[in-house]
Design a protein. Structure first.
Length: 161
């Protein structure tokens, strides 16, 4: 029971931090936000952080970002459907954006979530490490691996000449 309560406390703190961070990201981007975005942002942050709990740090960070952007897009659609269509609060509307689904999600923002996920993943991992004494984050990057391999091949090639 004690482990469950400490887990719940940790995830609640991460939920609040993620919600507050997302609220301010929206204010910086759109100039305003809505209280429901704290809830959606908190859920996204917690779920993004759980990727490493379900999988390991051996997963490429790019794959984590893809999974994270899919999770965020699904949550954005579900919450948008409830908040904007069912409750008719009209918090956001992507109807004028290309490749949108019912005006609640669009491809452009899914790509944006992909890139923001890198920041979110690292922030979550380091909060877990520094505040909750979890494993120190370490990342594998497919892109960095390819760049490193390319540089090594180029160095070897120049030595052969």
């Amino acid at each position: 029971m004690k482990n469950f309560l400490s887990y719940l406390k940790k995830e609640s703190i991460l939920f609040l931090l993620g919600g507050i961070l997302y609220f301010f990201i929206e204010i910086l981007y759109r100039g305003y936000s809505h209280w429901t975005m704290c809830i959606v942002g908190g859920l996204c942050f917690v779920l993004m952080g759980l990727i490493n709990e379900l999988f390991s740090f051996d997963m490429y960070i790019e794959i984590q970002a893809v999974i994270s952007s899919i999770i965020i897009t699904i949550l954005e659609f579900i919450s948008g459907y409830l908040i904007n269509i069912v409750l008719k609060w009209n918090v956001w509307d992507y109807s004028n954006m290309p490749f949108n689904l019912m005006g609640q999600v669009c491809l452009l923002f899914t790509f944006m979530w992909f890139f923001l996920s890198f920041v979110g993943i690292v922030v979550d991992d380091y909060i877990r490490y520094l505040v909750f004494d979890e494993e120190k984050p370490k990342y594998k990057s497919y892109l960095m691996l390819k760049i490193k391999t390319y540089c090594e091949l180029k160095r070897l090639n120049s030595k052969l000449k």
